[in-house]
Design a protein. Structure first.
Length: 159
């Protein structure tokens, strides 16, 4: 029977090596965090612009389908808090669809509500614009509704 030599080392990491690796990872994570928060804020702006565009398209589609006036209005009086597509046949005020606002995202507009009639046109006298932005990033989007009622999204620089 043969015994293993007394000088053999076991495979693995020492405590010092493990602490060095953890320290390097912590430094890298601290450097990446500010950049990641700007990316998240920019994505929230893009997502909220897409949601508003979707709500406008849905309201227009419902007005055409029902041949009745369908209203998109802010939830709670402020567009930043979200918006609702109101059902013209429901007198209780239950919306067809409700959208929530984004955390840290602001919506700036002078439009109180957007009403689509049965032809799909809006009742707006002028083109409506919704500026969606965040203080955490330079990213901003503009959702426009032209006089025919067609909504579209642009970058803030193109508005």
């Amino acid at each position: 029977m043969r015994l293993a030599p007394a000088t053999s080392r076991s495979a693995g990491f020492t405590l010092v090596e493990l602490l060095v690796v953890l320290t390097v990872l912590a430094v890298l994570a601290a450097v990446a965090t500010p950049s990641m928060s700007r990316i998240v804020a920019a994505q929230r702006v893009r997502a909220m612009a897409a949601d508003l565009h979707l709500a406008l398209v849905q309201a227009r589609s419902e007005a055409i389908k029902r041949n009745a006036a369908v209203t998109l209005s802010p939830a709670g009086g402020d567009w930043s808090g979200g918006w609702v597509v109101l059902d013209p046949e429901n007198t209780e005020g239950t919306p067809l669809r409700a959208y929530t606002g984004g955390r840290g995202v602001q919506v700036t507009t002078t439009t109180a509500q957007v009403v689509y009639v049965g032809s799909g046109r809006s009742t707006l006298a002028t083109e409506a614009s919704f500026m969606i932005s965040s203080t955490a990033t330079d990213e901003a989007r503009c959702v426009l509704v032209n006089l025919t009622g067609r909504p579209y999204v642009k970058t803030a620089a193109a508005c």
